[in-house]
Design a protein around this ligand. Sequence first.
Ligand code: ACK
Length: 832
Amino acid sequence: MERRISCSSSSALFFVFLLLSWPACSVSSGADTLSPDRPLLDDGVTALVSSGGRFRLGFFGPNGSTNRYVGIWYNNIPDQTVVWVANRRHPLTTLSGNLSLTTNGTLTITGEDNTTAIWSSGSPASGLRNPVARILDDGNFVVQEAGSNGNDSNSFAWQSFDFPTDTLLPGMALGQKQLRTGAILNINLTAWMSSTDPAPGQYVFGLDVRGDPQLFIWSDTRPYWRGGPWNGRWFSGVPEVRDGADGVISFNFNKDHLSYRPVSQSSTIVRWTMNSSGQLQLLVWAEQSWIVSWYIPKDRCDQIFLCGPNSYCRSNISPPCTCLPAFHPRNQRNWNMLDGSDGCTRTTPLDCLNNTDGFFTQSDTKLPDTSRSTVVANLSLEGCRALCLSNCSCRAYAELDIRTASGCLIWTEDLTDMTVYQRGLGQDLYVRLAAADLASASASESSHHHSGRNILLTVVLPLAILLFLACVAYSIWRWKKRFSQIHYEAEDKDMELPLFDLNTIKDATDDFSPDNKLGEGGFGPVYKGKLGEEQEIAVKRLSKTSTQGVDEFKNEITLIAKLQHRNLVKLLGCCIQGEERLLIYEYMSNGSLDNFLFGEAQTVFLDWRARYNIILGVARGLLYLHHDSRLRIVHRDLKASNILLDKDMNPKISDFGMARIFGGDESESITKRVVGTYGYMSPEYVMDGIFSIKSDVFSFGVLVLEIISGKRNRNVGQSMEQSNLLGNMWIMSKEGKCLDLVDTKFGHLLSENEVLRCVKVGLLCVQKQPEDRPTMSSVLAMLVSVDNISLLPEPKQPDQADRHHDKDCKLGDSGMSSLQLVPYPDTATNIL
Ligand code: ACK
């Protein structure tokens, strides 16, 4: 209680008492300075405010959390926007915190017992006689000698700007800094764990100072996005954000650190934030809301190493990867499957000894990775060319600073992670080629430009004008709406999963009335329900006999809650009450695909358009799971009965009961408990329990072939010959007769080209070796490609069409007890 008393010296006795007791009194609200005798106590209200009133420092609790942190936020922005958190790893759980300054200038946060520090700024290097801590008007919280010039950075013994959380404010710097103690500090932004938890999350944004320093986003320490090196005016991979642009950007780049200078005279409130979904955003406060004026990653070329060494990415072209001129794909087979990650290799070796090599100019380029390139200052481009020619390992060079045209960069290894932008956005890269390749490289490039110009005039230009007009109209409309709909973390906030009350769900389903029962899934019965007047829901009720435990159930709901895609069934919430465990989904009025393909009634026949749309939708949903979501997820039970159809017959993948998250570099895993469904499981999964995204690709292939043929792969009860869908499809495809296997009811509405393309892609997916199967991004690219089907690779014969399944059924008998193969009573026979 005593610690919450505010200073007032009404009586001399009380004043003496206060002087003798420590801490004597807390800082008063609105002051900008903390001193050793005036700590800041968490009373839910009191806070320091910078002298110009721009920033506020105090204890806060994020929305949706009861934890307490010391943080800094904008004083005049109503929706609390926190830009710095002190104790992000060690929250307090009650309103008991105390932020104090010791007499040697160390800031500490203590909790209820007031003795153990849960956070400390560390002792300052220089001894302070009379320290104070002050919140400055640029958002910096500093410790300095009382009476020194408040804004002089030389007087700071410690500053919060050296220890950012997820936000870069004008005046801050990124990169390496030598402290007065001599220690080297790496200054990065680290995203919050989630919108309600400031603990360090998955994504880090910063400067990699090796070679020529570059911006990077790392995801769990792995490179996730590369912004490239600074060229004097912009970072090579961020051509849209240039120095001095919009009055909000003003960088100062030094050898090992990047300062983000405040723009003089500017009253614009601006910040850079690394958010918990892996997006780096530049946000500007305008018209009472945060406007995202730029963000990254934004297109597929921002995916690091999408195109392998010596190839470059173009986001507006399909496929996106192209070999540098006079280079050819390293792995032609994968390249044909539109997977460019192996990159390209030189067609003609360089001839260094005879000095006949020359250079090809690759224009408009995001420069290759410079972490191992050599920086040569004060050398002209000509000098650089000569230097490169004199070094047999030199592969390419480029200008270092485009403002002064001085200095250069030299690459002596493969050229990786390049993008080619529209004209004027990138830089020239001079790629060394053998003399024999120079003429052909220039010819192919000029023909590329020529055809590019025609396309530009006839197609792109009118489209661009239309797009521009649409953008103007849209901007005006948005301005009028006062930017009300933009909120940078809406995505994160949506991730919280509502908990439903059991009575609400009982009301909605008429107490789980049998009349409302939609069917029985592997998990238990599914009921239709209605929330209020409008919203139809589907309720999955975990049956008491289900082998699924509460922890697994919770894991699964957190997993699905984090996923949002139009081709995944939306989880609206859950209910855990007493013995009941319920999952509440959006209602899909057309039920499962299974019914349409193989159901007894088959009242509605799916025409080819609908089937093609389903194939594409499922491919998109799976691609999201494998590559595009924040997590890498293997579904493990993709099948027709797990594809649900909405009222417009759009497909949505459902049932994540068996899904697994892959973290870090993990690409495959082994399980002793093989779960899945006969007919859809890949050979390596059934035989060895190995699952990976490629086992999902196998299931997808089976599904595609089932959708085309209307026949179930391995229909229990059929003879082996009849059930051999994969083998039959492959043979018919070889004989050019696979249209014979297509559902006869399609009639003339069939697009032969699309069907044959789908068959080929389906067969590529069901190849025996996982490495032969395409990734889902290749699958989608192949499905929508306009190239001739004959350009797609030839699928190898499937593994004798399901022979492995029969073998496996005997595994239990033959002593391979590690595999649990127990038939599960589902329509398509699960094994758990
Ligand atoms: O084929 P169906 O009609 O569609 O029967 C099965 C049954 O529950 C057991 O899985 C149906 N079902 C599952 N989830 C949903 C949902 N979200 N909306 C509508 N029906 C669903 C499925």
